[in-house]
Design a protein around this ligand. Structure first.
Ligand SMILES: Cc1cc2nc3c(=O)[nH]c(=O)nc-3n(C[C@H](O)[C@H](O)[C@H](O)COP(=O)(O)OP(=O)(O)OC[C@H]3O[C@@H](n4cnc5c(N)ncnc54)[C@H](O)[C@@H]3O)c2cc1C
Length: 385
């Protein structure tokens, strides 16, 4: 794709491609079967500077930027959507959010450790009764003399049961008007706080190498300095975090779309029916051409949103467009890939059935495709600015 990447970005892309081929690809089918998460792989990604792109040097990052980050994410997700997740839960989510909203002490304490993967991160918004409607969350934190007491439960949290630290959103004022102004954000030590329990969700459709789980808070006492930003400022913090995590998910979706196209083109040239490669059939070419256009469109939208962020501009609309286009492109590409592979597409011998299962997550996470359209339409109609 024509786009002016600098030498550093091109070198980083090559490095990520190489890492994905050497460190992830050889074991991915076995890892998937075992639903295996390998923390040592997150550490290796950290050592290569993967999570430092969006973090300034003073907090352990390399400052390469959001465009570099989405390029790396795509390369990893092209091989495994699961292994694209650490970008989100290390620095695109918690890392950037603490850099933006945290005190100097919080930044020093948490951000370098997320960048080098000494600690594993997560962010917890979703609850059993709360998905798209974030302000309907029920988890609450009562302020005491020496901190807060958390009660409630979060579900479908990426990294829940493996994370050391999480950004947890909870009501501190249930009477606030408008009600979202009653939400606060907390940086919570998930491993060493009595009253916090987490467990994996074992019933997932895909992303088998990316942990997902539930976290329950029962009279969990957290210190005063766990408050992130202002009391009541949690909703704003949450939305600013989603601008970053959505972008990262969009980049993963582009990786999956590309994987589907590359595998499909290869298979179409090899597989013969009616005495010739199925690639000769115009209907197959039509499928491949559409997949290609959708993949490139999604990537351009992702890169545009990333460049806007790197220029220091707000990119909520661009991120929602990128996330929506990339999620739909990935699902469509995976669906077409399974068709092109015929019965082999229905088999775990080839990666396309995994791509199909994994791709569905992108229409849900970080705001469903419908929610992205609600945001986009809000801008189109002048209701958002
Ligand atoms: C693999 C995976 C990982 C995840 N990781 C995390 C994580 O790390 N942290 C976290 O907090 N959450 C996480 N989630 C949760 C995810 O963010 C939510 O599932 C998502 O926001 C949707 O919420 P819901 O599932 O409750 O769906 P609901 O909000 O109940 O939506 C159900 C349906 O209604 C539609 N809908 C809802 N409201 C509207 C509306 N206003 N207009 C039109 N349609 C609407 C939705 O589009 C959807 O089709 C994860 C989910 C998955 C599957």
């Amino acid at each position: 794709m024509d786009f002016d990447l600098n030498e550093e970005q091109i070198a980083m892309r090559e490095m990520a491609r190489d890492f994905a081929e050497k460190e992830i690809a050889p074991l991915i089918e076995e890892d998937e079967k075992e639903h295996r998460f390998r923390p040592e792989l997150v550490k290796k990604m950290a050592e290569l500077g993967f999570f430092g792109c969006v973090i300034p040097e003073e907090y352990g990052g390399n400052g390469a930027g959001h465009l570099a980050s989405v390029i790396l994410t795509e390369e990893i997700a092209r091989v495994s959507a699961s292994w694209g997740l650490p970008f989100n839960v290390q620095t695109m989510g918690p890392g950037t959010t603490i850099v933006r909203w945290g005190t100097e002490e919080q930044k020093q304490k948490y951000v370098p450790a997320l960048v080098n993967a000494e600690t594993l991160g997560c962010f917890a918004i979703t609850e059993p009764n709360t998905g798209s409607d974030v302000a309907s969350m029920e988890t609450y934190a009562v302020e005491t003399d020496d901190g807060f007491v958390l009660n409630g439960s979060k579900t479908w949290i990426s990294n829940a049961h493996v994370a050391d630290v999480g950004i947890v959103f909870a009501y501190t004022d249930k009477k606030a008007e408008p009600k979202y102004r009653g939400i606060s954000a907390f940086i919570v030590d998930l491993k060493n706080t009595p009253g916090i329990e987490s467990r994996p969700i074992e019933t997932k459709l895909g992303l088998f190498c990316a942990p997902t789980g539930e976290i329950a808070f029962e009279d969990a006492k957290i210190p005063k300095d766990s408050l992130l930003g202002k009391k009541g400022g949690g909703f704003k913090i949450c939305m600013s975090m989603l601008d970053c995590t959505r972008l990262s998910s969009a980049a993963r979706a582009v990786g999956v779309a590309r994987g589907c196209l590359e595998e499909s083109a290869k298979y179409a040239l090899e597989r013969k029916q009616f005495g010739r490669p199925i690639a000769d059939f115009q209907m197959i070419q039509d499928q491949l051409a559409r997949m290609k256009v959708e993949e490139d469109t999604a990537r351009l939208l992702v890169w545009r949103a990333a460049c806007k962020k790197d220029r220091g501009e707000r990119n909520t609309l661009e991120v929602s467009m990128a996330k929506y286009a990339a999620a739909e492109a990935a699902v469509h590409a995976a669906n077409e890939a399974v068709k092109i592979f015929g019965s082999y597409g229905f088999s775990s011998e080839y990666p396309v059935e995994r791509y199909l299962r994994d791709s569905k997550s992108f229409q849900i996470v970080e705001g469903t495709s419908n929610i992205q359209k609600v945001i986009i339409a809000g801008y189109v109609l002048g209701k958002r600015k």
